[in-house]
Write a protein that binds this ligand. Structure first.
Ligand SMILES: [Fe+2]
Length: 389
C-alpha cells in the first residue's frame, strides 16, 4: 500500500488550440462585470500583438480593460508594488495574467493582495498570512514553462537583492487557459530553456524525499511528454502537436512541483541568481546536469522510475548521458553570463547554504555534505566565461 500523502488543489483547466480566443467567456464567468479587467503581461507579448488580440476579444464583448506591462526580466519588488498599485487604482474585477513565469507571478500576487493594505514585501516568506479574499485571477501561460499557473509559489527579488517568495494557495488562479497557439512565437532558445526547467520540476518532484504516489502520476506523465516533444518544439516552432505536448507537460510538472517541491538543481539555480542576473531556466538546466550523476549513483527506485517515464527503461544511470545529449540537441551552450567570472565557487556555495535555499538541499534523498555543495558550486562556476580555456 502507498504511504500517506497530501495533494494540493488544481485550478480549473481549459486546454485547446485557439482556446484563448474565447477569453471574453472566461471574463464573464469569473470577473465582476461592473469593474474593469486588468491584463498583466510581459512587454514582449504586447509588442507581438498577443495581448492586443486578447484585449480586442474582451472589448468586443463590452469589457473595460487596462494593461500593466512594466515587466522586464525576472520579477523585482518594485515591479510587484507597481502592479499591485495598478490593480488597486483601477478597482479591477478580474486580473488576467498573460505571459511566462514572471508575468504570471506578478499578476497572481498583485491580484491576491490588491484588496489588502499591504505591499508584497509584507507577505514574503510567510511574513503575514495572505488575504482570504482577492481579485479573481485567470492565467494564460505563453511559455512551457514554469508551471506558475498551477503553483502556490511566486518568486521575486526584494529590495535587498534576495530572491524571496510569496507562498500560498490563495495565489492560484480560478482558471487556467492552456492554448498551444500562445506559445508558438516563443524563440527556440527560450523554448529550450523553459522546457528544461519544466523537465527539472517534474524530475525533482518525483525523486526527492517529499515524493508520493499521487504526485508521481503528474510528474511521470510530464517527463514522458517533455522527453518526447521538447526537441521538436525547439526545431519546429509552429508544430502545434509538440507545443501542445510541451504545454501539458509543463502544466503537469507545475502541479507536481506544487505538491512535492524542488531539489538540488533548483538550490543551485536560486543560489546562482542571488549572485547576479541569470535566466532561472538556464541556470536550473545547468544545475540538473551538474547534480544528476551524483543523484542517480545511489538510486533505489525513484530515478529509475523517472528514467522509465522518459522512455529509457528502468535504468537510473541512463538518465545522465541522455539528459546531457538532450541539452546538446536543444542547442544549449554550457556558458554562464560573463559577470559570473569575477565570482568564486565559495560565494555560490555560501548561497547554497542560505536559509532561502536550504530546504531544496534537505529534500535530497542522498545526504548532501558540505563537500558535495563545494563540488557542485565549483562545477557551476566553471561554466563562467573566465574559467573557459
Ligand atoms: Fe524552475
Amino acid at each position: 500500500m502507498a504511504a500517506g500523502f497530501a495533494a494540493r488543489w488544481v485550478p480549473e483547466v481549459h486546454f485547446g488550440v485557439g482556446r484563448a480566443g474565447r477569453v471574453a467567456d472566461d471574463a464573464a464567468a469569473l470577473g465582476d462585470p461592473d469593474r474593469p479587467v486588468v491584463l498583466v503581461s510581459d512587454a514582449a507579448l504586447v509588442d507581438l500583438g498577443i495581448a492586443a488580440r486578447l484585449l480586442a476579444a474582451l472589448e468586443a464583448a463590452g469589457a473595460r480593460c487596462a494593461v500593466f506591462s512594466e515587466i522586464a526580466g525576472e520579477p523585482k519588488q518594485a515591479q510587484l508594488e507597481a502592479a499591485t498599485d495598478f490593480v488597486r487604482r483601477h478597482h479591477a474585477g478580474l486580473v488576467i495574467c498573460l505571459g511566462g513565469g514572471s508575468a504570471l507571478d506578478v499578476g497572481k500576487v498583485a491580484a491576491t493582495i490588491a484588496l489588502s493594505d499591504d505591499g508584497p514585501a509584507a507577505f514574503a516568506m510567510e511574513g503575514k498570512p495572505l488575504p482570504k479574499r482577492g481579485v479573481p485571477k485567470l492565467c494564460l501561460p505563453t511559455t512551457a514553462g514554469t508551471g506558475s499557473e498551477f503553483s502556490s509559489t511566486n518568486i521575486f527579488t526584494n529590495q535587498a537583492g534576495r530572491k524571496v517568495w510569496v507562498w500560498g494557495s490563495e495565489t492560484k488562479p480560478a482558471r487556467v487557459i492552456l492554448d498551444p497557439e500562445l506559445t508558438v512565437s516563443l524563440p527556440a532558445r527560450l523554448t529550450a530553456w523553459t522546457g528544461l526547467d519544466a523537465f527539472a520540476h517534474a524530475l525533482e518532484s518525483c525523486t526527492n524525499t517529499h515524493r508520493h504516489a499521487w504526485n508521481d502520476l503528474y510528474a511521470h506523465r510530464a517527463l514522458g511528454l517533455i522527453a518526447g516533444a521538447l526537441e521538436t518544439a525547439v526545431r519546429e516552432p509552429g508544430n502545434l502537436a509538440a507545443r501542445g505536448a510541451m504545454l501539458l507537460g509543463s502544466a503537469y510538472a507545475g502541479i507536481a512541483i506544487d505538491n512535492c517541491s524542488a531539489g538540488l538543481a533548483h538550490n543551485l539555480s536560486h543560489a546562482l541568481a542571488a549572485l547576479g542576473p541569470v535566466h532561472h531556466s538556464l541556470a536550473t538546466a545547468f544545475g540538473l546536469e551538474i547534480v544528476l550523476g551524483w543523484q542517480v549513483a545511489t538510486d533505489r527506485g525513484p530515478f529509475a522510475a523517472a528514467a522509465d517515464a522518459c522512455g529509457l527503461g528502468p535504468d537510473a544511470r541512463a538518465l545522465v548521458p541522455w539528459y546531457g545529449d538532450l541539452l546538446t540537441r536543444c542547442g544549449i551552450e554550457r556558458r554562464l553570463p560573463a559577470h559570473f567570472c569575477r565570482l568564486g565557487a565559495a560565494a555560490l556555495a555560501a548561497e547554497m547554504r542560505a536559509p532561502e535555499t536550504r530546504y531544496m538541499r534537505r529534500s535530497s534523498v542522498r545526504e548532501v555534505t558540505d563537500a558535495d555543495i563545494d563540488r557542485f558550486a565549483a562545477a557551476m562556476m566553471a561554466l563562467a566565461d573566465g574559467d573557459r580555456g
